[in-house]
Design a protein around this ligand. Structure first.
Ligand code: DGJ
Length: 748
């Protein structure tokens, strides 16, 4: 890994074994982008990569007098401004006191060092040792405004990854209003790319969508106050024809949990501009003298060998350099959560019965979900009153947690700290703490309002209430939920001209509260949640190592959700539970084995009353738990390869495999969605194995036992053909819809 600077040509080359990133200070002092992609040998001069026309370009302002064709509008840039000739989408817009939005930030200085500077109050990737990465910081200065923009680029020794962010400092005497201040921009020369992103809705999060890029602008965003289930803060440029195993991908992921904007714009010369950051919509930020504003970090990852490689680098990077704390590399306990088993309708006895049965079958952690506090007997009241509901739990959470502990199980608790029902003591005492606009009726969603976490006193109150419960009870896990999107975005502690800061200040407040609680309780395993996956992002993973992936627990829908989520986020970060059938979100019936075979690829658990399953199913659960305990290191921290996608070929078959570091063990998951009468020979393919290792497979459905890795990967694993005239119900089950297999592959 190295960062070269060539002072003659004013070029920076960030390079490691896998990638190169090349920047050039243009004749105007603007920062030009020359290259991002597969590693290039270093040369003293990459100016040939510039895109300067040798003639005047009609209707295109020229920036250097007398140099025909030197036009910002046609040059590739790093952090483009508005107002001096580049008509594409800018990275920032700054309103000045005189009403102008035209600025003049030009190269002023640079620094290269062996560390990664930290961001204040924002989630971020970090280094364990300074020699893991090198950073280039480039300062741009607008002399008239006496203001500086600092762009940071960090390149890593072991990953094809560059992290970037941008800061702005106002040293001038007048305030500056940031109307837009994105985290990064990059202009890529013409190439055949498509756009890939993860889109969806509640219960259908992070479905993979691919869109052609024509001469227009595509915006992927959230204005919901959360990163959202509708669009994840991630985009990738995908070379046309690339797939899981081949071709080029450039991924960009924002480490942020609030409103975001990601844009892809193909210009009139077929350059592609991509940029990303805090959504400028309903955003503005007043920067007074001597103040700094920091934009969140983006993580850019490059692969020239398919999407799996891109994902595997994101997974390892996030597991090592984003997720923190004791649970970072620790296999997660098998939990049971009572939400789908009881919803709000429970008392201590019911909970204890669920826990006893779960313990008997091998579950390790009991999680008490929504409904244990205040007057919370439904979703219309109680949210915000964080004390035990003694009519449901006579000995309180404290007593219950001790009972569960005495049974030999860990105890976990649900909170939704950011919200309040109007029907609560908290709201009656502090209606002003909820986001709402004076003299207007605030908009309810799930009968609740959002507390203004931008206010220090709200955070202090919540910290005190939550930490008291955590200190008094035996709690080893917290589920931190958040069940609505923002409306009535207005804060009682900000003056009128600062209301554009409310949503970002809210997220900074959430981060502050999470930081305080996770620091004070380092042994607790925190799981973030937002009505399922409404805030599944890298920002949350900085504070909490796992996230409830979706409220949709249907195994078949989960194939899509977990497949899409795995494009960026590690398997260990995805909460995945076996629930009851008919499934509560889809009404679909799948076998208990298929439900587990999907949930195994995640932070595994159950979410049903195990007293209400058949003896056969209970035996299966016992076996599933034993299997998971034997294999959880591999399942949660191995290298994940997606093989067959639920988003292709009509959602017929899905498969994926987890392989350990030395390729001596692997677990392949194979799922069939619809059964076919009189089918052909059935096969599955492994991936990620060592072609020259000999492996053993013991599985009643597989022909043969000993194979080389190459045969398993390239010729495939052939399944025993089941006769169509079979009347054996076990065989019929294997033929049917939603059947699945888990295949353990072991080196001999
Ligand atoms: C939404 C979560 O995603 C569910 O798992 C559950 O905790 C409910 N909220 C409780 O209200």
């Amino acid at each position: 890994m190295n960062i070269f600077f060539n002072s003659n040509n004013m070029e920076f080359h960030l390079q490691n074994d896998k990638i190169s990133y090349i920047i050039k200070v243009l004749g105007t002092g603007d920062l030009g982008h020359l290259y991002f992609g597969k590693r290039l040998n270093h040369r003293e001069n990459f100016s040939n990569m510039l895109q300067i026309f040798e003639h005047q370009v009609p209707y295109t302002p020229e920036q250097i007098d007398g140099v025909s064709g030197f036009a910002l509008d046609t040059l590739k840039q790093e952090f483009p401004a508005f107002g001096t000739g580049d008509y594409r989408e800018p990275a920032y817009v700054i309103l000045q006191e005189n009403g102008s939005r035209v600025t003049d930030y030009k190269f002023s200085k640079y620094e290269i060092f062996n560390r990664k500077p930290s961001l204040k109050g924002l989630p971020q990737t970090y280094l364990e040792n300074d020699d893991e990465a090198k950073t280039l910081q480039i300062t741009l200065k607008d002399k008239h405004l006496n203001s500086e923009i600092i762009l940071s680029y960090t390149i890593y020794k072991n990953y094809p990854i560059i992290t970037r962010n941008s800061n702005i400092i106002n040293n001038g005497s007048s305030p500056l209003t940031l109307e837009r201040f994105l985290s990064f921009n990059m202009d890529i020369p013409q190439k055949n790319y498509e756009l890939m992103h993860l889109s969806g809705a509640w219960a259908r999060e992070r479905h993979v969508v691919t869109t052609p890029i024509n001469q227009n602008r595509i915006s992927i965003d959230s204005k919901r106050g959360a990163s959202s289930s509708n669009n994840n803060p991630f985009i990738a440029l995908k070379e046309i024809g690339a797939d899981e195993f081949k071709g080029e991908y450039i991924g960009v992921n924002l480490v942020y949990s609030g409103n975001f904007l990601a844009q892809v714009e193909k210009d009139h010369y077929d350059n592609i501009r991509i940029n990303m950051g805090i959504n400028p919509f309903n955003f503005s930020w007043i920067l007074e003298k001597d103040e700094t504003f920091e934009a969140p970090e983006v993580v850019m990852c490059y692969s020239d060998s398919g999407l799996n490689t891109l994902s595997q680098n994101y997974h390892k990077f996030y597991q090592n350099n984003l997720i923190r704390g004791e649970w970072k590399h620790k296999a997660r306990p098998i939990l049971i959560n009572n939400w789908e088993a009881t919803y709000f309708d429970f008392d201590e006895d019911k909970i204890v019965q669920i826990a006893i049965k779960a313990k008997e079958l091998g579950v390790e952690l009991f999680v008490l979900d929504d409904g244990w506090f205040g007057t919370r007997n439904g979703d219309t009241s109680g949210l915000g009153d964080w004390w035990s509901n003694l009519s449901k739990l006579p000995s309180g959470v404290e007593g219950l947690s001790k009972k569960i502990d005495e049974m030999g199980m860990k105890f976990g608790l649900w909170f939704e700290p950011e919200m309040v029902n109007p029907d609560t003591d908290l709201y009656r005492q502090h209606p002003e703490w909820a986001l709402s606009i004076p003299n207007r009726k605030p908009t309810l969603s799930r009968n609740q309002l959002t507390l203004d976490l931008g206010r220090a006193e709200v955070r202090d109150y919540l910290y005190e209430k939550l930490s008291k419960i955590l200190r008094e009870s035996k709690i080893s896990y917290i589920k931190w939920d958040m069940n609505r999107n923002m409306t009535d975005v207005w804060s009682g502690v900000l003056e009128g001209k600062r209301q554009g800061e409310t949503a970002h200040r809210y997220i900074l407040g959430v981060y502050d509260l999470m930081e305080r609680l996770t620091t004070e309780f380092p042994h607790i395993l925190f799981e973030s949640c937002a009505g399922g996956g409404n805030r599944f992002d890298a920002g949350m993973l900085y504070y909490m190592p796992q996230i409830w992936t979706s409220d949709d627990t249907d195994a078949v829908e989960r194939l899509k959700i977990q497949y899409g989520t795995s494009i960026i986020y590690p398997i260990s970060s995805m909460g995945a539970h076996v629930s009851a059938v008919p499934n509560h979100q889809t009404g679909r019936i799948t076998s208990i084995d298929t439900r587990a075979n999907v949930a195994f690829f995640g932070a595994f658990g159950y979410e049903l009353d195990l007293n209400h399953i058949t003896d056969d199913e209970a035996n299966s659960v016992k076996r599933q738990i034993e299997f998971f305990k034997e294999n959880r290191e591999l399942l949660q921290f191995g290298t994940f390869h997606r093989i067959e996608s639920p988003f292709e070929n009509g959602f017929q078959n899905v498969s994926w495999i987890m392989v350990n570091k030395d390729q001596s063990e692997a677990i392949l998951g194979v799922y069939r969605i619809h059964s076919i009468p009189n089918p052909s020979f059935d096969k599955a393919f492994a991936a990620g194995l060592n072609p020259d290792f000999k492996y053993k497979i013991e599985h009643e459905d597989i022909l043969g036992e000993i194979f080389y890795g190459d045969e398993l990967m390239y010729s495939g694993i052939k399944f025993r053909k089941i006769g169509i005239d079979t009347h054996d119900s076990k065989n019929l089950e294997k033929l049917g819809d939603y059947s699945s297999k888990i295949i353990k592959i072991t080196k001999i």
